[in-house]
Design a protein around this ligand. Structure first.
Ligand SMILES: Nc1nc2c(ncn2[C@@H]2O[C@H](COP(=O)(O)OP(=O)(O)O)[C@@H](O)[C@H]2O)c(=O)[nH]1
Ligand SMILES: [Mg+2]
Length: 219
């Protein structure tokens, strides 16, 4: 039974990789820069996107897909920016996959989008194995969740391109050990880029926006 489960799982991942490669080609062809965000629940993905989408709206055509097991709360929060936003409810599934992303984009005019943000379902485990065709995968880690998360959840850090440390405004209140956190990130994933920011007071937002905007060519 175990062997069969492993085989089924491998097939699912192979099929996902195929769909993701297709999506990546489509995004390139249409000139859409796709950024996905993964983190534990509550690390601040939606808060960062709210601020980011508001900041970029004037210069770029931005849009978002948001994954959650249930509710369209995040989509409603992000839609306030005025940008096109769509919620994907995954039911019992703990991650987005390439088919969910592809299907929910099917009736969107991608050539009208410069940057597409994809907020994944909140957890540090399931999303790691599923390529979504994104060009930039960002893993968020808040100062309030402990410095050891990169050591405990290495896979998600190993599949990401960039680490964003969120809630910098709360660092001293929770006695965040910045040196230990940066060391743990570097141990898990030597050389990975790290941006520290606060969506609340705006600290570090310029570095984050600078990192995003040049990759997205306004059409
Ligand atoms: N102080 C502070 N709170 C934040 C920050 N970012 C998010 N939060 C709060 O953390 C909670 C979870 O944020 P949310 O964006 O919903 O997290 P998500 O589950 O990763 O999308 C909310 O109460 C936010 O207001 C931040 O930079 N500073
Ligand atoms: Mg959210």
């Amino acid at each position: 039974v175990t062997a069969r489960i492993v085989e089924v799982r491998k097939n699912i991942l192979r099929e996902n990789d195929r769909r993701a490669a297709e999506l990546r080609r489509l995004f390139e062809e249409k000139g859409v820069f796709v950024v996905s965000l993964v983190s534990s629940p509550g690390a601040g993905k939606t808060a960062l996107l709210e601020r980011t989408m508001r900041a970029l709206r004037g210069s770029h055509r931005v849009a978002a897909l948001v994954g959650d097991l249930a509710t369209d709360n995040d989509a409603r929060r992000l839609a306030r920016s005025g940008a096109p936003v769509r919620q994907i409810n995954t039911g019992a599934v703990c991650h987005l996959d390439a088919a969910m992303v592809g299907d929910s984009l099917a009736d969107w005019d991608l050539s009208g989008i410069d940057i597409l943000f994809v907020e994944n379902v909140g957890n540090l485990v399931c999303p790691a194995s599923y390529d979504l065709g994104e060009q930039l995968r960002v893993v968020l880690m808040s100062v309030t969740e402990g410095e050891d998360k990169p050591l405990k959840y290495p896979t998600i850090f190993n599949t990401a391109d960039l680490v964003v440390v969120t809630k910098a405004d709360l660092a001293s209140a929770v006695r965040f050990d910045r040196t230990a956190a940066l060391e743990n990130i570097a141990t898990t994933r030597p050389g990975i880029e790290v941006i520290e920011l606060s969506s609340q007071d705006g600290t570090g937002m310029e570095s984050w926006l600078r990192r995003l905007a040049p990759s997205a060519v306004r059409k």
